[in-house]
Ligand binder design. Structure first.
Ligand code: ATP
Ligand code: MG
Length: 286
């Protein structure tokens, strides 16, 4: 029992769906019936714990949970002694300072002597210190954006993704102090067996992410264009080239990265490719 990995995820909130989706995409099955706080995995030596996100780093530090998925903002703010083992790429957001709309702002120095409401006193404190700004930090648990309008503070420092919450509370975003995404944290004293389960899990996560970032591509092109087309399709080793029944034509199969997809498709078309099919990849083993 002690050799299984206990993985802590947020019970309900912005991280929950993507955390569970990732675990499922790694082929780990578990029954997360409504209201359940722990769920054993059916086909992996793991158990999922459903917790409040703020509590996860502490549990991982204590070894009550061995792994946890939290926002990096929470991992840094709680400052627990844990390893950040992987950046997961979802729940991207930023921690920003907002001041009442219409107020002039030149630089962070303008906050000297002001009061700032936040749920992130540690991250904010460090930022102010690094910038040699002395301001009063008011720690509040939530609904931070309301603070200036009720006279509790002159500025706020809170999580922003689109900025619409700030706007609807009459605030303007003036400074980003931290960029965050979901991270996997791990306890520092895993047994050898647990470490090897973690390595297996990380291998699966990387395969899932690589698949998401790449597409399988098939196309037809004149045989004398194969070399030109292949330049834009390095694939995992090199593209597969097969002759078509039609004389002078080939079928080329490869993998193409999402980032340079449109640019390369254009060049491939110019090189004479046609009948281009692009297909999602479920897993990609590197
Ligand atoms: P809990 O009840 O578990 O304490 P919470 O209210 O503290 O939940 P959520 O609002 O669900 O937390 O946010 C969880 C994490 O998701 C945040 O710590 C942050 O990393 C990320 N996050 C927060 N807001 C956004 C957003 N608007 N867009 C993307 N990610 C966000
Ligand atoms: Mg929380």
């Amino acid at each position: 029992m002690t050799e299984i990995l206990r993985i802590a995820v947020q019970k309900s909130g912005r991280l929950s769906d993507d955390s569970l989706k990732l675990i499922k995409e790694c082929g780990i099955r578990f029954d997360n019936g409504a209201g359940k706080l722990r769920a054993p995995a059916a086909n992996f030596p793991a158990e999922i714990l459903f917790l409040r996100d703020d509590d996860i780093p502490g549990y991982v530090e204590d070894g009550v949970a061995h792994l946890g998925i939290v926002g990096e903002n929470v991992a840094v703010e709680t400052a627990r002694d844990v390893d950040t083992v992987y950046r997961l790429g979802f729940s991207k957001c930023r921690l920003s300072i907002g001041i009442p709309r219409g107020e002039k702002y030149g630089s962070i120095k303008d906050l000297h002597g002001k009061s700032i409401a936040t749920s992130y006193p540690r991250i904010l404190g460090k930022y102010l210190q690094d910038n040699e700004v002395e301001a009063q930090i008011h720690e509040i648990g939530g609904s931070v954006e309301i603070a200036p309008s009720i006279g509790l503070a002159e500025a706020v420092c809170d999580i922003v993704s689109s900025g619409s919450t700030l706007l609807s509370n009459g605030l303007q975003e003036v400074e980003t102090i931290f960029r965050s995404e979901a991270v996997m944290i791990a306890s520092r004293n895993l047994s050898d067996t647990q470490q090897s389960h973690l390595d297996q899990l990380l291998f699966r996560i990387k395969s899932v992410q690589a698949a998401k970032n790449n597409k399988y591509i098939l196309l037809n092109c004149p045989t004398d264009s194969v070399e030109e087309v292949s330049k834009y399709l390095p694939g995992m080793r090199s593209p597969t080239v097969m002759p078509l029944a039609t004389e002078g034509w080939c079928s080329v199969h490869s993998v193409i990265n999402e980032n340079d997809f449109w640019e390369n498709i254009e060049k491939i078309r110019q090189a004479g490719a046609e009948g281009i099919l692009v297909i999602p990849i479920e897993k990609m083993i590197l």
